[in-house]
Design a protein around this ligand. Structure first.
Ligand SMILES: Cc1cc2nc3c(=O)[nH]c(=O)nc-3n(C[C@H](O)[C@H](O)[C@H](O)COP(=O)(O)O)c2cc1C
Ligand SMILES: Nc1ncnc2c1ncn2[C@@H]1O[C@H](COP(=O)(O)OP(=O)(O)OP(=O)(O)O)[C@@H](O)[C@H]1O
Length: 316
């Protein structure tokens, strides 16, 4: 079990990390392939030294502290999912530090002395472009050894890019691709399919009359959903993995200005599951949402979508 410790600057003097550890710094939204390379490199170091591996991450997203971004903000991976993914990579402890004005204005030397040192780092690891402390000072990886003053070693991990590209894999680009419904790019960058959590709630009970009953999913605000459209999904519900086709949209065939809902027609499944927690794995985009001229035209399209969904699982 990975241990999660929430921290606020200035750190409580009672925080005592007795044992030295390998410490990785970063926000790690999405725990994408670039992040995974950084963590794996740190894990090698931790194993070589026989020390635990710890991550120092932040909340909220640094962009929200340095500039005005539209709210609500959606991380690719909310903190609990980030911790679960880091855990799978061998991370024993996660420190989640509030990113505040006071922290972001710290001189780099003070950041090292007052934030890193209480965490007993033997080695500090981060990616080549990681910044800490005041942005306008020399708070980069090249200068970290100076501030360390022989108290810890520094490992800087080189850029990870997608095959044939120069641009680094970045969570900002993954968030943008998800907002465009580009699940292929999302998967290539994360090294896995994007997933969201939710709970089954009531819809308008129209789906059943169309011959395509749907579970309506309430998705908590901190989760990141793909763009409006129709998708092949795999749903974990009642401990089973079930094939499905999902619609994120306003059900425009049935009126204007309806709210965006997430509905999933589960294939080969028929149980009452209101209130059940679900995990949705977003596998492939099938199409955009269409305002059909009649319910019959929508039904014909839904039949084609179901065939496309079955084809996806057959080739997989
Ligand atoms: C795979 C799938 C694709 C859908 N595509 C569309 C669409 O293109 N246009 C549309 O208006 N509604 C679409 N819907 C939504 C249906 O209109 C919706 O399931 C129906 O109105 C039932 O809503 P209810 O569950 O709230 O009763 C789709 C639903 C599913 C499951
Ligand atoms: N593609 C990458 N290659 C190498 N290191 C990376 C890559 N992306 C992020 N890192 C490093 O991983 C750690 C976590 O990244 P963090 O999320 O803090 O920042 P980031 O560089 O803004 O990542 P992103 O742009 O993906 O959000 C940092 O140490 C960062 O330097």
């Amino acid at each position: 079990m990975t241990e999660l410790t929430k921290l606020h600057y200035p750190l409580n003097n009672n925080l005592k990390v007795a044992e030295p550890q390998v410490l990785v710094m970063g926000y790690f939204d999405g725990v994408h392939l670039g992040h995974q390379a950084v963590i794996k490199r740190a894990k090698e170091e931790a194993d070589r030294l026989g020390l635990p591996l710890a991550v120092l991450t932040y909340t909220p997203y640094p962009g929200l502290v340095f500039q005005k971004l539209p709210l609500p903000w959606h991380d690719l991976t909310p903190l609990d999912e980030k911790v679960a993914l880091l855990s799978k990579l061998g991370v024993a402890r996660v420190y989640c530090l509030n990113l505040t004005s006071m922290l972001s204005e710290l001189e780099p030397q003070s950041f090292v002395d007052e934030v890193l040192m209480p965490l007993s780092p033997r080695v500090v690891v981060a990616g080549y472009d990681h910044l800490y402390g005041a942005r306008d000072k020399q708070a980069d990886m090249a200068h970290l050894s100076n501030y360390a003053r022989n108290r810890f070693d520094v490992v800087t991990v080189a850029k990870t890019a997608l095959a044939g590209q120069n641009h680094k894999i970045a969570s900002r680009d993954i968030r943008a691709a998800l907002a465009d419904g580009d699940l292929d790019f999302v998967k290539a960058s994360l090294g896995r399919h994007h997933e969201t959590s939710g709970v089954v709630v009531h819809g308008d009970a129209r789906g059943r009359t169309l011959g395509f009953p749907t579970i309506n999913i309430w998705t908590p605000e901190q989760e990141s959903l793909p763009a409006i459209g129709v998708y092949v999904v795999s749903v974990t519900i009642l401990g089973q993995q079930v094939m499905g086709m999902a619609s994120i949209g306003r059900n425009v065939t049935f009126g204007k200005d309806r709210p965006v809902t997430v509905e999933i027609n589960l294939l080969d499944f028929d149980q009452a599951v209101y209130g059940e927690p679900v995990r949705v794995k977003w596998l492939q985009r099938l199409r955009g949402e269409v305002a059909f001229e009649s319910a019959e035209a929508l039904i014909e399209q839904l039949e084609r979508d179901r065939q496309d969904t079955r084809n996806y699982f057959e080739k997989d």
